[in-house]
Design a protein around this ligand. Structure first.
Ligand code: XIL
Length: 388
């Protein structure tokens, strides 16, 4: 197992040993010839070799920096913008080494009218990822939301069981070898529980309304989905993904108990996806310490930790809000880097132009590292520096 210390020692070694790339040579020569701004050259000291306090070269990308930590840095994406907006693809393809489908792999997207699945949008994303040497995370197979309208609670348990197994099998088979990790089950717990009482399993069409045959049996239907997923693509990493489980709380306790049970009994489960749709109130030392200890307890089960849907919503676009947002982005990146099992850091989109936040959180927005005109916000610089 790679420890955090080893990860950082390795990074230092890479910095000391690496041969400057042509872009770095160009950067240094621009600095030496006085053409670049002094600030952009790190006070003229870049190239001194191995000083981690220097800012990253201006030519570095998030992906280049994150890769030095064996960390994947990803974004949720939508194929329609690859077609309609050329800047979208050029930022996505150059700054990230992973992508996930914001909507196009969901059940409703792949089978809107009938059980026959088609993957046009998702295939376009995968093809873009392959062209740009990016990994693909699959999102998501079992969820109570964005279910096709032809699937209804009037279907019998037997029918729903078949429908769900076929869906998992069809989609995972289609993307086998192309999607390395799947959010098999999404948001299956309620936001209840209190104190040491863990949250309960959410009532959904897949659990108990009428469910696939495990109503009233807690996480048994999730277990069934994991076994189907493992059978469909034995090489894919399988994740449970949820929101409000970032800190230690009754909901993450429920997920932890499930994860412990699954790992003890050999139910296929490779990791937990922590969504991280947060606001500035998350920037609190107790909250951040709780994220660290929460990650640690899941890591101790041998599970991978993926930050899957990070965005930090704001109520205004002031410089102060952007600065506070940047600080929190950096702190979350640092927490992930310090945890060897934290292997993916994804944001939910990357430009404010297409973020889901204004449509779902009234009065909020400005949640991502690029603004709506693709200008890099302070949050971007903060991430770049954290991944340096
Ligand atoms: C959201 C998308 O961003 C929206 O475009 C869509 O209308 C609704 O779903 N948690 C999840 C994601 O797991 O799938 C959700 O994505 C955001 C919350």
């Amino acid at each position: 197992m790679t420890t955090g210390v080893a990860r950082h020692a390795k990074l230092r070694l890479q910095i000391l040993m690496r041969t400057p790339s042509s872009s770095q040579v160009l950067f240094v020569s621009l600095c030496l010839s006085g053409l670049a701004l002094l600030t952009a050259c790190g006070g003229g000291s870049y190239g001194g070799g191995g000083n981690n306090n220097n800012p990253p070269p201006v030519t570095a990308t998030l992906a280049q920096n994150a890769a030095k930590h064996n960390l994947k840095v990803g974004a949720a994406a939508d194929s329609q913008f690859l077609v309609s907006d050329s800047t979208y693809g050029s930022v996505l393809g150059s700054e990230f080494n992973e992508l996930t489908a914001e909507n196009e792999m969901k059940f409703q997207s792949v089978a809107p009218n009938s059980p026959t699945e088609s993957y046009t949008g998702a295939d376009a994303l995968v093809s873009f990822a392959q062209t740009h040497q990016m990994a693909v995370r699959g999102h998501t197979l079992v969820w109570h939301s964005q279910v096709p309208s032809w699937v209804t609670p009037t279907d019998t348990t037997t029918q729903l069981n078949t429908i769900l197994q076929n869906h998992i099998n069809s989609e995972m088979t289609h993307f086998a070898g192309k999607v390395y990790a799947w959010d098999v089950v999404n948001e299956a717990f309620n936001d209840d529980g209190s104190g040491s009482t863990p949250a309960t399993v959410r009532s959904t069409i897949w659990y108990d309304n009428p469910g696939i045959g495990f109503a009233g049996q807690g996480t048994a239907y999730i277990e069934q989905a994991m076994f189907w997923a493992h059978a469909a693509d034995p090489t894919a990493k399988l994740f449970y993904n949820d929101y409000n489980i970032e800190t230690q709380n009754p909901k993450s306790d429920a997920v932890y108990l499930m994860a412990q049970d699954f790992t003890n009994r050999g139910v296929p489960l490779n990791g937990i996806g922590f969504q991280f749709h947060v606001d500035l109130s998350f920037d609190n030392p107790n909250v951040l310490a709780s994220v660290t200890s929460n990650f640690q307890r899941f890591a101790a089960l041998g599970l991978e930790i993926h930050i899957t849907e990070l965005d930090i919503r704001l109520s205004d676009s002031s410089a102060a809000s952007f600065a506070a947002q940047a600080k929190l982005y950096g702190e979350l990146a640092a927490i992930c880097l310090q945890q060897p099992k934290c292997t993916t850091f994804q944001t939910w989109g990357f430009t404010d132009k297409y973020s889901w936040i204004p449509g779902f959180f009234t009065g909020m927005g400005w949640a991502l590292p690029w603004d709506a005109n693709y200008q890099k916000k302070p949050a971007y610089t903060s991430l770049l520096t954290a991944f340096q």
